[in-house]
Design a protein around this ligand. Structure first.
Ligand SMILES: Cc1cc2nc3c(=O)[nH]c(=O)nc-3n(C[C@H](O)[C@H](O)[C@H](O)COP(=O)(O)OP(=O)(O)OC[C@H]3O[C@@H](n4cnc5c(N)ncnc54)[C@H](O)[C@@H]3O)c2cc1C
Ligand SMILES: NC(=O)c1ccc[n+]([C@@H]2O[C@H](COP(=O)([O-])OP(=O)(O)OC[C@H]3O[C@@H](n4cnc5c(N)ncnc54)[C@H](OP(=O)(O)O)[C@@H]3O)[C@@H](O)[C@H]2O)c1
Length: 433
């Protein structure tokens, strides 16, 4: 008998899980990848920056997994809305949750909810054309913007703010968004780290790209780039060298300016009706290595604050969830009998796309060893259940129609290989004319 597995979420973790099931299983296996959006690939489509085209090409690898005869894509199906955990356990022998981390972590400071204080998750969704965010959501009308956090997402956000619309024209950024980027009034971007250059989370390759921006001068203060001696890993040494080289560089008079700042933590976002400033406190490390304030403050006259301090997962209805780690508790991927987890939902929002491959392989090893020879589910048909509930999943062939419509739009607009369609209606119209 065939082993039938449902994978929930079609990001890298979900698709690597499907691939590992097909590759590792000695028995026949069928995998349904259920995804709440009509489109696959998770953050590869709606997270990876539009100008990082070589990384986006990982979608080509993931596509080949969805085209395996043992794998089916069912888009527009949400766990918790169209199907429950109990439904899945009736239809399948096992379920793997791989729904990622969709929301922002909070700063917990006054003014965080003022208009103009924006979570990086929303801003990234906006420029990536995610159907959850309307293209008219943001107008870049402030000359100064602060980006809190010095991780790779902050670097992506800074790059998109610093580039011109012309530089982004050949990417898949939705056309309305590109026009808004073209109207941007942003002149100064402040990227703020609460610790020193040696603690920054961005990686060297991504940092170097900021130094190569054609439209922005990058500035670092020598006193903030200074690092007390230490035996740092190669990546960190590289970051420090790059930052220190920028500290001795003269601005070339480019239209925009990026200030990379360190040892400053946000204490209040100021403003009555909307963001009018950001109050920062200088920091140092305590003897225990914790970030503490020094009582010295400065205020930046920014009209927008982008909070890029990490993503976090949300609980799935009926699935165990730890509020402490904000992940699904598991042992080598096992959650409970016949329930498994992979990717960011399993280990938290860290790591590059490839990290999810070994992570998924571990989960699948656990699953296959637990279920060897056993077929406890598969009593009902998920197709029948969805049809009874009036849900018509988006098939892989329909997704290819959406892709084709995006390529056609790019041709019509004279822009690159594809331009994202925005909104569920537009996507469904493209695949079900
Ligand atoms: C902004 C950003 C940029 C990044 N850029 C890079 C990069 O350039 N290079 C790199 O190597 N890594 C990058 N990463 C990291 C990489 O994207 C992650 O490691 C990876 O996407 C995590 O995979 P995942 O499958 O766990 O989650 P996701 O990719 O988030 O996939 C989860 C999927 O589950 C779906 N889903 C959610 N809830 C449900 C539900 N209830 N029912 C059904 N489906 C659901 C979602 O729609 C989504 O498609 C980036 C991350 C971010 C946030
Ligand atoms: N090109 C790429 O490869 C790429 C692109 C994007 C994302 N990614 C990956 O995706 C993952 C997520 O990236 P991310 O940037 O969201 O997260 P991240 O790497 O964890 O960085 C988060 C940043 O926010 C800061 N921060 C957290 N809480 C804060 C607070 N209260 N006040 C001020 N600063 C705070 C952190 O500082 P502390 O260190 O002091 O906590 C850190 O600088 C990472 O693994 C990343 O490498 C990769």
């Amino acid at each position: 008998m065939t082993l039938r597995v449902a994978v929930i979420g079609s990001g890298p973790a979900g698709i690597y899980t499907a691939e590992a099931l097909v590759k590792q299983s000695a028995e026949d296996v069928e995998v349904d990848v259920l995804e709440r959006l009509p489109t696959p690939y998770g953050l590869v489509r709606y997270g990876v920056a539009p100008d990082h085209t070589s990384i986006k090409s990982i979608a080509g690898y993931l596509r080949r997994v969805l085209e395996l005869p043992q794998v089916r894509f069912l888009g527009g199906v949400t766990l918790g809305e169209h199907l429950s955990v109990a439904d899945l356990l009736t239809c399948y022998d096992a379920v793997v949750y791989a729904t990622g981390a969709m929301v922002d972590r909070r700063l917990g400071i006054p003014g965080e909810d003022l208009p103009g204080s924006v979570a990086a998750t929303d801003f990234v969704n906006w420029y990536c054309g995610h159907p959850d965010v309307d293209p008219s959501r943001f107008t870049l009308d402030s000359p100064e913007v602060a980006v809190i956090g010095v991780g790779n997402v902050a670097v992506d956000v800074v790059r998109v703010l610093a580039k011109t619309a012309e530089e982004l024209s050949a990417t898949d950024v939705p056309h309305d968004v590109l026009e808004r980027l073209g109207d941007s009034q942003v002149k100064a971007i402040h990227m703020i780290g609460r610790r020193g250059p040696e603690h920054a989370k961005f990686t060297l390759k991504e940092l170097r790209e900021l130094g190569a921006l054609a439209n922005a001068d990058v500035c670092v203060r020598p006193e903030e780039a200074a690092v007390l001696g230490g035996d740092f890993p190669r990546q960190v040494r590289g970051n420090i060298e790059v930052l220190q080289s920028w500290a001795s560089r003269e601005p070339a008079g480019r239209p925009r300016r990026l200030d990379v700042r360190f040892w400053l933590r946000p204490v209040e976002i100021l403003g009555a009706e909307r963001v009018e400033g950001l109050r920062l406190e200088r920091t140092r490390l305590s003897d225990e290595g914790r970030v503490v304030g020094t009582g010295e403050y400065e205020t930046l006259p920014v009209g927008m604050v982008l909070r890029s301090v990490g993503y976090q997962s949300v609980p799935l209805p009926g699935v165990p969830f730890s509020q402490e780690t904000m992940t699904v508790p598991n042992v080598a991927g096992r959650v409970r009998e016949r329930e498994y987890v992979a990717g960011w939902l399993k280990r938290g929002p860290t790591g590059v796309i490839g990290t999810n491959k070994s992570d998924a392989a571990e989960t699948v090893r656990t699953l296959l060893s637990d279920l060897a020879g056993a077929r406890p589910g598969g009593l009902a048909s998920v197709d029948g259940l969805l049809a009874e509930r009036g849900v018509r999943p988006v098939t892989y062939a329909e997704w290819l129609e959406i892709e084709a419509a995006e390529a056609e739009l790019a041709r019509t607009l004279g822009r690159g290989e594809r331009v994202k369609l925005v909104g569920l209606d537009a996507m469904l119209r493209a695949c079900r004319p």
